[in-house]
Each structure stands twice: as C-alpha cells, then as structure tokens.
Design a protein around this ligand. Structure first.
Ligand code: SF4
Length: 886
C-alpha cells in the first residue's frame, strides 16, 4: 500500500487508487466536475489538479495513479488561480439565473465559492437541446458545461448509450443519439444522467423542492434490493437517489428512482372497512379487529384450523412474514401458510434445496464481474431486474461471453454470442440436450464429479436419449446451436447461470431448475466465484417471505420440519400442528370444494395474479371470510373481500427485506402512514392477540420480531439490527463475527457431502396448440410496470406504458391481416381478453407475448390450470390461444 505525503501529512492509501481517491480517503477535498467515482477517469475539467513534487506541471488527480513516495500539494495559490481560470472557461456562457435558483448544485457551489459571476451570452436553442417531453427527466442543455458525465454514465453504467456528443469545437452539443426527443431515444429513464449531472442541465422534473430529510432504505420493487436515499419534506417524498451500496453501486432503475406516487394515490384506503350487505363500511380498528378475530375463531371452532389459509407477502418485511406464519402455526394451529413465491420461484427453492441443500441463489451479484460466461435461462434482466441487467451488459462489454435461452429476442440477446430461442415449455428438452453434449463430448469436470457428485454413470446412460440432434426439432433450436452453447458453458468458465420465471412457471418448472443444476454439477460450476445457479427473485421480498416460513412445508430460515421443529417449538413454547399444510394453489382448490372457509392475504392481489382467473374467482366466491390487508381496494378486495385492513406502505414502516443474493437489508420509516393505516406487523400482532391467547406475540417493534427470527434461524443469528446498520452480509451468517457467505457450497453442500445428478425426462404440457388455438401465448413483466400494477399503475409510469399490449411477429400479423395498434380479442380454452396489438420482431412466428400489469386487461383470464408437477406453480408461460379481429 503506497505511502504519500499530502500537504505535509503522511498517509497510506489502498493499492490501485487514483490520486483523487487517495485524497478523498484522506479527507482532503479538491474540487472536480467531470469526475464521478462510478466512471472511468476523464481528466477534462482540470479542477482536480494538484502539484506533485518532481512533476513539471500540475496533474489531474482523477487520472493520476497514487504511487509510493508522492509528495502532493493540493491548495497552493497557483493551483487555486488555475482552478478559477478553468472554472471561468467552463462557465463562460452559463446562465446566472440557474445559479441563483439552485445554489446547492455542485457547479453552482463551485462558482459561488470561487467568486465567479456568470451571465454572459446565453446560448440559443439553435445549438442547445431543450426537451420537456419526458415525464421524469428534464433537459436544458443551455446549462451544459461539457463534462460529458451524462454520456459516459449512460455508456459505462446503464449501457444504454442514449446520449451522444454532436459537432465540434464551439458547436459541440449533447443530444440523444437516436430521435429528436428523450422519449424517442430509447432512454430507459434510470436517471443516472440526472444523478451525475453537476449543473442541472439534466434534472428530475418532479423534484422541485429540496428534501428536509434523507432516509436510507431498500427499493420496494424487484428482488435486486437496491439501496436508495429517500428525500422527504412535509411528510411527502420529494426525491429518490441511488445509494452507493454493494448491490446497486449508485444506480437505480426507473421504478426504484421515480415510481413512488403510489404512496399518495387518491384511492389509497386509510380506514378499516367491513363489507356488509355488499357495501364497504368504514369502521374503527377495534371493530375491524374484533370482527375479524371473531370470524376466524368461529371458523376454527366450526371447521377446524385447517379451514383457514394465510398468505404472506412479497411486499412485506421479513418480520411481518415471520409473524404471519407464526400466527398460522401458533395462534391458529395450521400449516396452511404460503406466499406468492408459490407462483414464481418455489420451483427454484425446491430444486436447489433438494439437490444442493439450500433453496437460494448460490452466488452473489458481485460475481457477475467474475464470470467468464453468463447463461441466462428464461429471465429478462434488463426489464425485470434492470440494475442487474445493466451489470450483465457491462460484463459482456468487458469480455464476458453470454448465452441467452429465451423464446423471445430479449434485449440481452443482442449482446449474446448465442441466443437459443426455444419453444415455450421445452426447457427440460433443451437443457438435457446441453447436458448430453457435455457428457458426449467429454466436457465434464472429471475431478469435480469424482470429488463431489454421485450418479454420473447412470446419468450418462440416461442423457444419451437427449442428444441435440434428437431433440432439436421439438425444442425449436438447431442442434449446432445447442452444441455450441454447451461447449461455451462447459469450457469457458467460470460460468454463472441466472434464471427466471421462464424456467420455473411451467409444468416442469422445478425440474427445469434441476436440469440447470445438473449442468453446473457436470462442469464444476458450483462453489466458486463467478459461477453457480441463481434465481432472479421477482419481488422485493419474495425470497424473505418464503424464507421466514410462509411455506406450508418450511419453517423460518428455510428449515425443514426435521431441522427446525425442535428449535421453533422451544422458542414458541408449543408443539407444531401435526397435519400437513396446504400451499396456495391447494388452498384455492380447497376453497373451491368447500374445505377452506377463510383466506387472509396481505400485500397480494391473488385474484388478478393467479393463473386461470375464472377458477380463482369461483373458489374465492365460496369463502365465508376473505381478509384483505393492503394499500388499496385491489381486485381481490373489490370482488370478494369481507374485511379490509389498511396497511402502511414500505416507506412508512421499519423492518428488513431479503434480496435475491441472500442479503438482509433494512427498510426505514421516513413518512407517517396516512389516516389510520398501520404497519402490517402491528395489524398481525393485534389479530394474533385476539385470535389466540396472545402468548408469544408481545412484540413492541420489528426489531423485537427480528431478534426472535435470529433465535429460531441459526443461519441468520449473526444479522443483528446493529450490524445491519453498518453492513449487509449474505446469509448463512451464524454469529456476529461471521463475515457472511457470498458463495455457497465451496467445500461441501449444505447438509450433505455429495450432490447427485437428476435424471429428468421431458413431459409435454397438456396445453397444446390445435386448429382452434394455433398460437402459444407467453406472459411476463416489462420495464415500466411491476406485477399486478398495484404500485406502478398509480404512478407516472402509465405515461411511459399506458397498458398491456400483445406482441405478435410480423409474419403472423400479415397472415392474419392485423396491424400495429389495433385492439384484438385473444381467446384461450380458459377465457378471453382484449389487448392492443404491437407488431414486434422479438417474438417468433406462432408465438405471442403479453404483460399482465393492467387490471382492466386481466390477462390471467387466459392462462391455464396447468401447474408444476412438484410444487404446483401455475404454467403462466404457455397457453394455446387464437387471435380474432374485433
Ligand atoms: Fe428497485 Fe429492482 Fe430497479 Fe433496483 S433494479 S431500483 S431493486 S426495481
């Protein structure tokens, strides 16, 4: 580590640091404008110049490596004169009114600090770009000082390359590379350019007020778990900025950064309500809680505890999900508790737990930069997990090789060496064909297999039937492409796999994930950095919801009953129910046939989001009691709710979320909840006290709940709130001194010495095309909205994507005489919806794609009753349909 002398003081700096980073680490401030720690050194503004003894001229400290023995002077009179001159040149045309209006901006602070008065000739619109078309980003290039940070951050962090430097010399200007406006440019509104711009040339249009307070918290949308600073004023959010945290490194996506208005949506319900004679009536909390508890007790006494089902929430905290499952098991006496993980990544958890011993991602996001090859299977990170998507793009730009397995030509397919555009529902065929190639061509890691894997001989014999040439036609991918992908994955390691719901939401979802694990076992791509099998979890806390025990077969900490029952029973002070519990889909079935009488869902619109909506409706309609706990009257509440309990939003309460790569991260209260809305943990605690004898629910805060979680979950014992204030280690983290476990299975698998390869045959989905239903519909999420749209549809995101659309290939559109923009009727064997059409090059002939965010479209009226064979996850990704003109 180099030793430097800075302004007469000796300091030691880290290896590889620039001089500017070393100065900042030593607490020595030097001004700069073109520098941003997220970007490569640029050295153009010349404000960070310092004198280094032995150098003839001042050097730009942002571009100068810190080396042993440097003697540095940072604020000599000559340097200050030079900085002032450079600043004057940068701001020669700068508008004075801007400095006056926003004195806090970095450029303006420097101008004021150096006593520079601006206000010369303000450039005209002829050479500068002013754009007010975007709902979030404002552009006024009369304030551009050509630090080029916007251009560079869009390239180097987001990878979108929206901005371009046009012209030369005095005519230089920055404007979109494509189109006349930002809306036309392909901008994904991550806000990174706004965030880095030092002058306000790019600005958040809605952030017109300065925040009074900033609160560090975790994003409420996807499972990446980005950290953010929320600026508030007068009990309102006025701005959100990315935090420089390990997960997101100072970056956010459009949802995390801008989609917050749902908190103050006009239809937010802030009073408890009971539906009487078909009408919702506002009531007091006491009345709502007493009524609900009395109904639950009556059903339990009449039909037994298993006549009640409870659903945790991917949008709620770990503490609240823990409380929900404890309420089920302890206060009510049933294992009927599940979450929406059932309809997304329970197949991943099942496969990973069964084959490797831990039902979660094997590696962490930092391994994206370690991977030599990245395999994406059925996930679309740039839309659904955008900050991870951006990191993958950058990794490919730096040399990582990319394989995309997806029926659609997703954005990352353009970055991929190989795009295997399989037919939806043929994952097992294709993944087995990759395995067959690896075995046949001797690409296995023999040493790894010998040391850690069983059943290779039996697997080798089995997998011969899946040689690429045998399955190519059925899975829709050429044998040559399959072999090329297998060779790349197996021989250019470490190879890291991410998968999503395109893998799991199938008849063979869990088995598809097992096939991916087979690939990793065959090639030794487990237990090392830059490798592994990593489900990209959809919602902010879907990992935590199930991990806290909202799963009929799992206790908190992802523990099996065998592992966790003694500990839970000791802490909870009573035996666990002896009967097996129902999962979410089994609860729906039980409601349909009259075995389930009550259902309680919080932060979850089950009617809108479950597949095969008609069957869901018929089941929910039979319930005696449906408790909905949410921010709004969602579609479930509107159609079937009995009681509505108004909850606090994520920014109105404390707790923790668990992200996709096994970090537990704090969320923190920054606003008071409106009206009578209460945090979910408070509502659950009050109902637990009224339903049972109250023992074991005497929690005064989320922290008290979390401390009990740590007592029943050995792998989380080291994650105290005090520690989570400083860092977010990956679990397992069994004690406060443990550094956490970013990579699983390094020396041994959790729970067993050796893993075994699984021999999985392809089973065709019952959902097949025929003359009446000739097209295959695939459904999924998009960039601007989130799942059921409960939050994002109550924000200006609707200006960027007003509704769901049906993507169809040009060939099919022409054949059917359909044109872009027209509304069509889509009909499956299970229902019909109307959707506007978009002719798109992303879908193949014979296939369609639609998102499912808009309750008015209700795309799940189309999806089928087919479910995963092992865990019951609906097959959202394959429905036979036809399209009719209206
Ligand atoms: Fe939020 Fe996910 Fe976007 Fe990060 S990538 S800001 S966690 S939605």
């Amino acid at each position: 580590m180099p030793r430097l002398t800075i302004d007469g003081r000796e300091v030691v700096c880290a290896d590889g640091q620039t001089l500017l980073a070393a100065l900042e680490a030593a607490g020595v401030g030097v001004p700069h404008l073109c520098h941003d720690a997220r970007l490569q050194s640029y050295g153009s503004c010349r404000l960070c110049v310092v004198e280094v003894e032995g150098h003839a001229r001042p050097v730009a400290s942002c571009a100068e490596p810190a080396v042993e023995g440097m003697v540095v002077h940072t604020h000599t009179p000559a340097l200050e004169r030079l900085r002032r001159t450079n600043l004057q040149l940068l701001a020669v045309d700068y508008p004075a009114a801007a400095v006056e209006a926003e004195p806090q901006l970095p450029l303006h602070r420097l101008l004021t600090g150096y006593g520079i008065e601006v206000g010369g000739s303000v450039p005209t619109g002829a050479t500068r770009f002013v754009d007010d078309t975007h709902p979030y980003l404002g552009v006024d290039m009369t304030r551009c000082i050509h630090c080029d940070r916007c251009v560079r951050i869009c390239d180097e962090v987001q990878g979108q390359s929206v901005w371009q430097i046009w012209g030369r010399g005095p005519q230089t200007r920055i404007a979109p590379r494509v189109g006349q406006t930002l809306i036309e440019s392909g901008c994904v509104a991550c806000g990174a350019c706004v965030d880095t711009c030092p002058s306000g040339a790019l600005h958040d249009k809605r952030s017109v007020e300065n925040a009074e307070r900033w609160t560090r918290t975790t994003c409420v949308y996807c499972g990446v778990g980005c950290q953010m600073d929320v600026g508030t004023r007068d009990n309102r959010i006025v701005q959100i900025r990315p935090a420089d945290a390990p997960v997101n490194r100072g970056h956010l996506c459009v949802k995390g950064r801008y989609a917050w208005e749902f908190v103050t949506a006009p239809d937010r319900v802030t009073t408890p309500m009971i539906r009487r004679e078909g009408e919702w009536q506002p009531v007091s909390w006491d009345e709502a809680l007493d009524f609900t508890a009395a109904q639950l007790r009556a059903i339990r006494d009449r039909a037994g505890p298993d006549a009640i089902g409870l659903l945790g929430s991917a949008r709620a905290t770990n503490e609240e999900n823990y409380l929900m499952q404890k309420l089920a098991r302890v206060a009510l006496g049933t294992h009927n508790v599940d979450t929406c993980a059932r309809v997304c990544h329970t197949p991943s958890a099942k496969a990973l737990k069964d084959m490797l011993g831990t039902g979660a991602a094997t590696n962490h996001f930092d391994d994206i930069e370690q991977a030599a090859t990245i395999l994406l299977c059925g996930c679309n990170p740039t839309e659904c997990h955008p900050v991870v998507g951006a990191r993958i793009k950058q990794a490919v730009r730096r040399g990582a090789r990319l394989i995309v397995i997806d029926p659609r030509r997703i954005e990352l397919a353009d970055y991929a060496e190989l795009h295997l555009a399989l037919t939806p529902g043929t994952n097992v065929l294709l993944l087995n064909a990759l395995a067959a190639t690896i075995v046949e061509e001797g690409l296995v890691d023999a040493a790894y297999l010998s040391a850690r894997v069983d059943d290779f001989d039996a697997f080798s014999a089995f997998i011969r039937d899946y040689a690429p040439e045998r399955v190519a036609q059925r899975c829709g991918v050429g044998a040559g492409q399959i072999r090329a992908a297998a060779r790349l994955y197996a021989s250019h390691g470490p190879a890291m796999c991410f998968h999503g719901l395109g893998t799991t939401e199938h008849l063979q979802g869990a088995e598809g994930v097992m096939c991916l694990i087979n690939l990793a076992l065959l090639t030794g791509n487990l237990g090392r950095p830059g490798a592994g099998i990593n489900p990209l979890r959809g919602q902010n806390n879907v990992q935590g919801g199930a991990h806290m025990g909202c799963d009929p077969a799992t206790l908190p900490g992802g523990q099996s009953f065998q592992q966790g029952a003694p500990r839970c029973e000791a802490v909870w002070g009573r035996p666990l129910p002896a009967r097996r519990g129902l999962n979410l889909m089994e609860m729906i079935d039980a409601a349909a046939d009259g075995r389930l009488h009550a259902l309680w869902a919080f932060g979850y619109d089950i009617y809108l989001t479950l597949a095969n909506a008609q069957a869901t409706a018929a089941a929910l309609d039979k319930l005696d009691l449906l408790i909905v706990q949410d921010l709004y009257l969602n579609e479930t509440a509107k159609a079937f709710g009995t009681v509505f309990l108004p909850a606090a939003s994520w920014i109105e309460r404390d707790g923790t979320f668990m992200n996709s790569d096994r970090r537990v991260q704090r969320i923190r209260k920054a606003l008071d909840a409106p009206g009578q809305a209460r945090p979910d943990w408070w509502i659950l605690r009050e109902l637990a006290r009224r339903v049972g004898d109250g023992t074991g629910f005497d929690f005064a805060s989320p922290q008290a709940i979390w401390d009990e979680v740590r007592a029943v979950w050995p792998g989380g014992a080291g994650l105290s709130y005090a520690r989570l204030e400083r860092e977010n280690p990956h679990w397992p983290c069994p004690d406060e001194q443990h550094p956490g476990t970013p990579v699983l299975h390094i020396d041994r698998f959790a729970g067993f010495e050796r893993a075994a390869l699984r021999r999985i045959d392809h089973v065709p989905s019952p959902e097949q095309c025929d003359a009446d239903f000739p097209l295959l519909l695939n459904t999924g999420r998009t960039l601007y909205h989130f799942n059921a749209g409960t939050m994002s549809a109550r924000t200006p995101q609707t200006a960027l994507q007003p509704t769901d659309v049906l993507d169809i290939g040009e060939e099919d559109a022409q054949r059917m005489g359909l044109v872009d923009g027209q509304t069509v009727r889509v009909i499956s064997r299970h229902g019909a919806v109307e959707l506007p059409l978009r002719v798109s090059a992303t879908v193949k002939p014979g296939e369609l794609f639609a998102s499912f965010h808009d309750a008015r479209r209700f795309v799940n009226r189309l999806t089928s009753p087919v479910r995963d064979r092992l865990v019951g996850t609906p097959e959202y990704k394959r429905t036979a349909v036809r399209v009719e003109k209206i």
